[in-house]
Design a protein around this ligand. Structure first.
Ligand code: AMP
Length: 407
């Protein structure tokens, strides 16, 4: 009998300014073999790496506190667990690819890394992705590395959906337009919704609600994004953990005039001090607010009502971009787990023909997927997201490890 050849693996990297998340997935699909998080990078005294392998978990200090040190420690651990030699390609999550990157792409070298790192539209995230790419190239100089862009899925939006009604020169000269975010999640969840419900891949209309600490909703027609709630940055759209979502600039101008807040102060207030946190004066965390609301905290309940109302408004608006609404899909930490938010949302959407199934909704949490409406047209469904799986799949295709084309 010939010994079985170990199957190749993909290393998926998601690099932030002070963190580096990784997952090791089989090219053939299936569960992660290892995963981990390096955090507090840049603060040598606190930097650490936590790795999960085979049901176990361990944490080690990273005294150098750099991304390179984190990557080296990940390599050493993968080697220890016998996985390193099986890594066949590396996939990187990238928050913003602008108009230039409309699909996942092989990273061709330093010029492309520099281009990705200097994107003006994700000044906090993209430079960190470039750091992660350089560290990965140092660690795996011979492997194909692929960039998977969170904005790519939204690049099928037409000008009618992506242009702001600003003087056109700001789009022409500065690229100011709506790019959207969470695209990898929206792509996966819309695809899974079509598959699970047996919809026609070439004839469907779906609204995907990715609800987490950051939230966005997208209208998908026949596998293509036609509208999304986030804008040039992730600030636009739904109410989020600490972000306002849609806000009248006139209100901000008035606040600035009355308080003396400058642009940086307004930016901080809108991105970090608003949303669920700002309105509840309690927490940015949906679960904490739900528990408070259920204990009778009126301000927490009202905050969640604002969250739900805005979400319903968006589901209605996004439906207007579809030829027909076949399904509303919920995903993300809140979408996958909060029966409270999903229930309140669906009860408000009878005008769209949605009818909540209370029992199914109450039982849908913790990674389960399934239908939560009595109505069949449209259907409401919960679909746990899996961005790593999409990144690994695109990486495997572009690295020539599997046959196929990018979705
Ligand atoms: P994410 O950013 O996708 O990780 O989602 C984080 C959000 O999901 C936080 O607001 C959590 O409170 C929320 N969340 C997670 N589990 C639950 C739950 N069981 N009920 C309500 N919210 C939840």
């Amino acid at each position: 009998m010939t010994p079985s050849v170990p199957l190749p693996l993909i290393l998926v990297v998601n690099c932030g300014s002070s963190s580096l998340k990784f997952t090791v997935l089989p090219v053939a699909g299936g569960a992660a073999l290892a995963s981990g998080l390096a955090e507090c990078l840049g603060v040598p005294a606190e930097a650490r790496l936590t790795i999960k392998f085979n049901g176990g978990k361990h944490t080690e200090a990273l005294p150098e506190g750099t991304h390179d040190a984190a990557m080296a420690a990940i390599l050493a651990d993968l080697e220890k667990h016998g996985l390193l030699a099986r890594i066949a390609a590396v996939g990187h999550r990238v928050v913003n690819g602008g108009e230039r990157f409309t699909k996942s792409q092989i990273i061709t070298g330093e010029a492309m890394i520099e281009e990705i790192g200097s994107s003006p539209f994700a000044p906090l995230h993209n430079p960190a992705h470039a750091i992660g790419m350089r560290a990965a190239f140092k660690a795996f100089p011979k492997l194909t590395q692929v960039a998977v862009f969170d904005t790519a899925f939204h690049q099928t939006m037409k000008p009618e959906a992506f242009l702001y009604a600003l003087p056109r020169k700001y789009y022409r000269e500065l690229g100011v337009r709506r790019y959207g975010a969470h695209g990898t999640s929206h792509r996966y969840v819309s695809g899974e919704t079509v598959r699970l419900l047996g919809l026609d891949p070439h004839d469907h209309g779906v609204v995907v609600c990715h609800l987490g600490n950051g939230s966005s909703a997208t209208a998908v027609v026949n596998g293509h994004c036609v509208d999304t709630s986030m804008g040039m940055t992730p600030l636009e759209g739904l109410v989020m953990g600490t972000r306002t979502g849609d806000i009248d600039f006139g209100a901000l101008a008035y606040i600035a005039q009355k308080t003396g807040l400058d642009v940086a102060g307004l930016d901080k207030m809108c991105n970090r001090e608003s949303g669920l946190l700002g309105l509840s004066e309690l927490s940015n965390d949906c679960r904490t607010l739900t528990e408070a609301a259920q204990r009778g905290n009126a301000q927490a309940e009202e905050t969640l009502d604002v969250f739900v109302f805005r979400l319903c408004r968006y589901i209605g608006a996004l439906t207007a971009a579809l030829p027909r609404l076949d399904a509303v899909a919920f995903t993300g930490g809140i979408g996958e787990n909060s029966a409270y938010i999903r229930g309140k949302t669906l009860k408000r959407l009878s005008a769209l023909g949605l009818d909540l199934d209370e029992t199914a909704n109450a039982g849908m949490y913790g990674g389960k997927s399934g239908i939560i409406s009595k109505s069949q047209k449209p259907v409401a469904i919960v679909v746990p997201t899996d961005e790593e799986k999409v990144i690994a799949a695109d990486t495997a295709v572009l690295a020539g490890l599997v046959e196929g084309s990018l979705a």
